[in-house]
Design a protein around this ligand. Structure first.
Ligand SMILES: NC(=O)c1ccc[n+]([C@@H]2O[C@H](COP(=O)([O-])OP(=O)(O)OC[C@H]3O[C@@H](n4cnc5c(N)ncnc54)[C@H](O)[C@@H]3O)[C@@H](O)[C@H]2O)c1
Length: 680
């Protein structure tokens, strides 16, 4: 065995040269790996005793992708181009043996080999679009040549990986190795050499890219890309593979790749990639903080949220006991969960047995004592402080020592809730988002007395149940809802100046949100937090509630809904609003789009700055993660704080002053110092 460099070994086994990449943790295709590959191919090429070359990786995966820390930095040493050229120059059969995940540059390297074998659990993908990029090392030209145009399009445009069986069926790999990967690959090579089949460069395989693909490309280009630019470029690059000779196709891909690399969208998406990794780091809670074991969970309230929250744990294999006040409510709540699991199984997301297994982990009860053996209890009852206090005081008496007691409250003060218990250090907020079994965000609300192990346990638990946990401090609405509330106040004002709800929503949708704020109210229910006795018919929301229009659940709210829940502007809402304007003597004005946009986004950003100022979020990028996973902020804009940095904080501050809001002191300070949120 010769060490070519610290991450590349070369050995000869009989007439096969074996190149082993060992660059933990994921064998990223960094500079040393590229140098090692080029050098090893050269040595093996010149060794007269070598008849074939095997590329295999040590550790848990094949080359899992590019080294993302190199992105945005000036290129150094041999690039992807030179690496693929070295593969294409090889004069001996090259076989890649794949385990783990061959993604991005990893799959591109594998496709530069002449043959590919893999273990059955291997995954293959070109996920570059997720970072606003396209494959940049020949992926768009080689993938369709191996897997065919439709499969290649699916992979490059969605970024989703495929499994080994799919890869084999489409020709991306040549064989699935049943047992040991290396032994299987050596056996494949022996058969290959015996068969007399020699080198088979992917670049020379033109069968699958020859023909009329017009309909396929026009369909692919017609898909809704939700504002993301990269998928269209990826499709165009694959189309080039069907129209241009290989080298010209590569040059075309390279041009698009470089433009993508310089694009604002890619900068935003790469920023979010790192933001998501940073969010798990809490400045004063070190990684080695002890955590508590969560083997059994209790949930109080089987309503909209309780049922969804329970599903997360059952899905992760953790048994859950759900407490309700009445049998009827319990049956209803469990029934909704069962229906959800069954319908997912019917859609093929998992088997009917799996659905049954998950459901069987849920136990309903009407007695709080049954939560006595739970390690974590999450309260999801009505949003009223008196009720929550009552629940926590009772829970304190029955929960076992060391149990964590959490509230799913949307707005209420966790410290006030914790104060009714004898163990405020074990109380925190676990703020799930609706639908709780689907939305990836979990705001973890740290009370004044919440202990560090409890915080660390919650952060770890978020991962266990497939959520992104963001640590936030106690404040009205925490991070997400607090900023949303700032936006809603301004939206309601615009409605009273002459904008229809859909005029405002339209601007947000155009900006890239999946839906506007009023459509969101319709989804959540207009009666959320609305008290009939306190309603004076002074606002549109009052009037809609009084008219029984409480949102989608009543068939209409701000909008009317058809059977497929498609919203249309409601003439009833329009009449209620125009009458309200008349009653209040308002002469409505058409509010320009730009003003709507500024009055929607700047209050959020200003509030976000206040949150940072008060230390209620660890960093600006945490706020962006909240908005990405909790409210569908367009990822390609990087989140509200990144967006603010990108348009300039001076612009935002000028807007805040123009509309007469109180600017955050932090925002003023950053502008004075010519800094950005990213500099904090
Ligand atoms: N709905 C949302 O979009 C959403 C999102 C995030 C957080 N939340 C919060 O989650 C909590 C629950 O909201 P929801 O929408 O699920 O409400 P919901 O009205 O659908 O469900 C509440 C359930 O709690 C039960 N309940 C009330 N008091 C109880 C008690 N003492 N013991 C046992 N069960 C009791 C009720 O019978 C009801 O089934 C609230 O604090 C809310 O602010 C809601």
């Amino acid at each position: 065995m010769t060490a070519i460099n610290p991450v590349t070994d070369l050995s000869r086994e009989g007439d096969v040269a074996v190149i082993t990449i060992n660059n933990p943790p994921v064998n990223a295709l960094g500079l040393l790996v590229r140098e090692g590959l080029i050098a090893a191919l050269d040595v093996a090429g010149k060794d007269a005793a070598v008849r074939a070359i095997l590329l295999i990786c040590a550790g848990r995966t094949f080359i899992a992708g590019a080294d993302i820390s190199e992105f945005g930095k000036p290129p150094s040493g041999p690039g992807f181009m030179e690496t693929q050229n070295a593969f294409d120059a090889a004069q001996k059969p090259l076989v890649a043996a794949i385990h783990g995940t061959a993604l991005g540059g990893g799959l591109e390297t594998a496709m530069c080999c002449h043959y590919r074998v893999a273990v059955a659990s291997a995954k293959f993908g070109q996920p570059e679009v997720n970072l606003g990029l396209i494959p940049g090392a020949g992926g768009t030209q080689r993938l369709p040549r191996l897997a065919g145009v439709p499969k290649a399009l699916e992979m490059v445009a969605t970024g989703k990986p495929i499994g080994a069986a799919d890869a084999l069926a489409n020709g991306l790999i040549d064989e699935i190795v049943p047992g040991d990967l290396k032994a299987g690959a050596m056996d494949f090579i022996a058969r290959l050499l015996a068969s007399g089949k020699g080198i088979r460069r992917t670049r020379d395989l033109n069968d699958k890219v020859t023909g009329d693909f017009a309909a396929i490309f026009s369909f692919a280009k017609g898909q809704n890309m939700r504002g993301f630019e990269a998928p269209l470029d990826a499709i165009n690059a694959v189309e080039a593979a069907t129209k241009l000779p290989f080298d010209e196709g590569i040059a075309f891909e390279q041009k698009l790749f470089l433009a993508r690399m310089m694009s604002a969208q890619s900068a935003a998406l790469r920023y979010l990639f790192f933001a998501e990794r940073k969010v798990a780091k809490i400045p004063d809670v070190p990684d080695d903080t002890p955590t508590l074991e969560i083997k059994k969970v209790g949930i109080i309230g089987a309503g909209t949220m309780g049922g969804g929250i329970a599903m997360n744990f059952a899905t992760a294999g953790i048994p859950v006991t759900i407490l309700e006040m009445k049998q009827e409510a319990l049956d209803h709540g469990l029934g909704v969960v069962k229906k959800n699991y069954d319908s997912s199984a019917a859609k093929g997301r998992f088997t009917a047995e799996e659905a049954q297994k998950r459901f069987s982990l849920l136990t309903g009860t009407l007695k709080m004592e049954d939560l006595g053996d739970c390690d974590l209890i999450i309260e999801a009852v009505f949003e009223r402080m008196d009720i929550k206090k009552d629940v926590f005081a009772k829970l304190d008496k029955i929960a076992k020592p060391g149990a964590i007691m959490a509230s799913n409250t949307s707005f209420l003060n966790i410290d006030e809730i914790a104060a009714v218990t004898s163990r405020p250090d074990h109380v925190l907020g676990l703020h799930f988002f609706s639908p709780a079994n689907v939305m990836k965000l979990l705001e973890i609300v740290r009370g004044a007395k919440t202990s560090k192990p409890v915080v660390a346990t919650a952060m770890k638990l978020a991962k266990t149940i497939g959520k992104v946990g963001v640590l936030v401090g106690v404040a009205y609405g925490f991070v997400g809802n607090r900023m949303l509330a700032a936006r809603s106040v301004e939206a309601d004002k615009m409605v009273m100046e002459g904008a229809f709800p859909w005029d405002i929503d339209k601007v947000l949708v155009k900006f890239g949100f999946p839906m506007g704020g009023f459509a969101m109210w319709d989804l959540a229910g207009l009666d959320l937090g609305w008290v009939k006795e306190e309603s004076h018919g002074e606002t549109l929301r009052d009037l809609l509630n009084e008219a029984g229009r409480k949102g989608q659940k009543t068939g209409g709210g701000y909008y009317d809904y058809d059977a497929a829940r498609k919203p249309t502007p409601s003439p009833v809402t329009e009449k209620l609003l125009t009458d309200l304007w008349a009653k209040k003597g308002i002469s409505p004005r058409a509010i320009p789009e730009q003003e709507i946009l500024e009055r929607s986004l700047y209050p959020m950003i200003n509030e976000g700055a206040k949150i940072l100022e008060e230390g209620k979020a660890s960093r600006a990028s945490d706020i962006d993660i909240v908005w990405l996973y909790g409210y569908g902020f367009p990822a390609w804009r990087g989140g509200p704080m990144f967006y603010a940095d990108s348009i300039g904080l001076d612009t935002v501050l000028a807007g805040v002053r123009k509309y007469g809001w109180t600017p955050s002191a932090l925002l003023e300070k950053l502008v004075a110092e010519k800094k950005k949120f990213a500099d904090l």
